[in-house]
Design a protein around this ligand. Sequence first.
Ligand SMILES: Nc1ncnc2c1ncn2[C@@H]1O[C@H](COP(=O)(O)OP(=O)(O)OP(=O)(O)O)[C@@H](O)[C@H]1O
Ligand code: SF4
Ligand SMILES: [Mg+2]
Length: 343
Amino acid sequence: MVGEPVIEARDLRKWYPVRGRGFASLLTRRKPEFLKAIDGITLSIRPGEVLGLAGESGSGKSTTGMTLLKLHQPTGGEVRFQGLGLLVNETNRTRLAFRRQAQIVFQNPYEALNPRYTVAQSVGEPLSIHFPHDRDRRREMLLRAMDRAGLRPSEDYLDRYPHQLSGGQLQRVAIARAISVEPRFLVADEPVSMLDVSIRAGILNLLCYFASELHMAILYISHDLSTMRHVCTRIAVMYLGRIIEQGAADTVLDAPLHPYTQALVGAVPVMAGGRTRAPSNLIGGPADAIHLPGGCRFHPRCPRAMDVCRERDPALDLVASDHEVACHLYDSLSMSAPVRGKQ
Ligand SMILES: Nc1ncnc2c1ncn2[C@@H]1O[C@H](COP(=O)(O)OP(=O)(O)OP(=O)(O)O)[C@@H](O)[C@H]1O
Ligand code: SF4
Ligand SMILES: [Mg+2]
């Protein structure tokens, strides 16, 4: 993949305070506690690349997407967009420019769209914010976005309301809205999990097209590894706020190294209300993200845990070309060369 990263995270953390920050805790001297939704992740996405972010429910996938987009403020670490740190020298102008260039498509198009807005109003809203003085340009960009999202002929959809559209058409409207301002970075958070299986491929093909033809950098969040093979160039697997394995999509899917990835790849996805349940071949569920186990945070569930796993937290190390894993089983393979995405 050519080009400098569009978006990068370095040692990114998002911790939510859960207890011990109020007046009462000052009196009782309770130690503050945090839910470590993301706990030191490093990744980068280049133009034309689709990075798949996989992992069980609660592993921190959506928080990662929201924090990269600055919709959540990070607790620590850094987000860089086109080589520049987002928090450094930020002005209203740079903030607005980033808002335009980084967009998101959510899981549920029924919630994402205002039921009182026509398609033209929904898709046109971000354009009105970012190009308030250029009506002709707005119209041109609106029609182009709808065409790119597969709403053809665009004129047939402009005056329709959400209740007059199918689920697939609604998601295409939500996508047209996100790409109307021609972003460089797009987060797609479970964009097909609420849609009928028969129309999922069409939506996923759009992501491939945006990456390959429009050179967007895309973060595709999903519990469904089988769709990742079709859509993603690279895959990162999250467990309790950390990336535990990442690399080229085929490598991670065909030769997973981490016992957790192996369990995910071997598991038939179990859906419950659009969420992933624990893979059936793993013991128990994840620990809670407030009281994390010491050493490797996966060790209570790992069928291959060793003594060292209870004592030392494994770093995400490069073990082969474009393949990183955080697991003591591969300590002897660890390559010392600095790599992209090293954590
Ligand atoms: N605003 C919040 N305040 C406190 N905790 C939160 C908040 N948002 C998320 N969390 C917690 O952070 C952790 C990660 O949540 P996140 O939604 O990122 O997971 P996910 O991998 O996207 O899960 P899913 O597959 O269910 O969408 C979870 O334990 C969740 O309960
Ligand atoms: S470090 Fe140990 S406990 Fe963690 S995944 Fe590897 S073998 Fe299992
Ligand atoms: Mg989520």
